[in-house]
Design a protein around this ligand. Structure first.
Ligand SMILES: C[S@@+](CC[C@H](N)C(=O)[O-])C[C@H]1O[C@@H](n2cnc3c(N)ncnc32)[C@H](O)[C@@H]1O
Length: 264
């Protein structure tokens, strides 16, 4: 369902409801995405709430002392990995619009013995941070959930200092390949598929938001079996996908890209 057919507020409500009560059952997602080395030092509570789409942090340059903003931190897995890399003189601002997610991130950071993760309640379309206050923006499977993706990207650019970097992962799809019966399922939006852009559309919006040196450094196909690892996709949506998407496309219903860019 494209955002011009569904009101912005309705999309936000669907996403909030889906993520507020998401169960801690996604260890398999974390094991699929991250290397064992990346997960060392991450508490199981965060591993079991991994809802991202790729290991963008393996492509991110994180310097000791960096101020990192994790947009849509969820259960905190990337915030904790980033905090380890930014060291005790760094900061990781963990932004999410659900207080429940921030509590989960704070608790996981305590369990990891990390004191530099700072939960921040707010929306990616209006990030409650000053201009030019961050060295690096990271985000994993979040921007596609917004009905105002260009606005969210512009906010990421605004909070970055000149020369600051962006390193995000997100799903891209060819919407023409998704049958309308799937596109109109609210769960498919919450599952990061129905609201996703094409790769070209994603890169165009980053450019419009003021980013430069934009490069896609990784492409990973997402299969229907991969989708079924996420509790966001109820069984009836997975069944619909299996029935309505031609079998030759089952191994690749979406592509997780990792994009790096910088703010001039
Ligand atoms: C797919 S999950 C990804 C979580 C985390 N990045 C990870 O890799 O596990 C999306 C997260 O983004 C948050 N979120 C969705 N829309 C948001 C918005 N408009 N502003 C801030 N956070 C949002 C959700 O609450 C959820 O925690």
């Amino acid at each position: 369902m494209s955002s011009d057919l569904m009101p912005t507020e309705a999309i936000k409500r669907i996403v909030r409801d889906a993520y507020r009560n998401v169960p801690p059952t996604t260890e398999a997602v974390a094991r699929r995405i991250y290397s064992p080395e990346a997960l060392a030092g991450v508490p199981m509570s965060a591993i079991c709430r991994s809802l991202g789409v790729a290991d963008h942090l393996s492509w991110a340059t994180i310097e000791p002392g960096d101020t990192v903003l994790d947009v849509g931190c969820g259960g905190g897995i990337d915030s904790i990995i980033a905090a380890h890399r930014a060291g005790p003189s760094g900061r990781v601002i963990a932004l999410d619009f659900l207080p429940e997610m921030l509590e989960r991130t704070a608790q996981a950071a305590r369990l990891a013995g990390v004191e530099t993760v700072e939960p921040l309640l707010g929306e990616m379309e209006g990030i409650p941070l000053p201009d030019a206050s961050v060295d690096l923006v990271i985000s994993n499977g979040v921007i596609n959930l917004s009905a105002r993706k260009g606005r969210a990207m512009a906010e990421c650019a605004r909070v970055l200092r000149p020369g600051g970097r962006l390193c995000v992962s997100d799903l891209t799809v060819d919407q023409d390949h998704l049958p309308p019966e799937i596109v109109t399922q609210p769960a498919a939006w919450a599952g990061c598929v129905a609201g996703a852009l094409s790769e070209e559309g994603f890169l165009h919006k980053l450019d419009r938001a003021g980013f430069r040196d934009i490069e896609v450094v990784s492409h990973e196909p997402l299969s229907i079996d991969d989708c079924s690892l996420y509790p966001l996709f109820p069984e009836h949506v997975i069944d619909l996908m299996r029935r309505l998407i031609p079998p030759e496309r089952h191994p690749q219903v979406a592509i997780a890209i990792v994009v790096r860019a910088s703010r001039p």
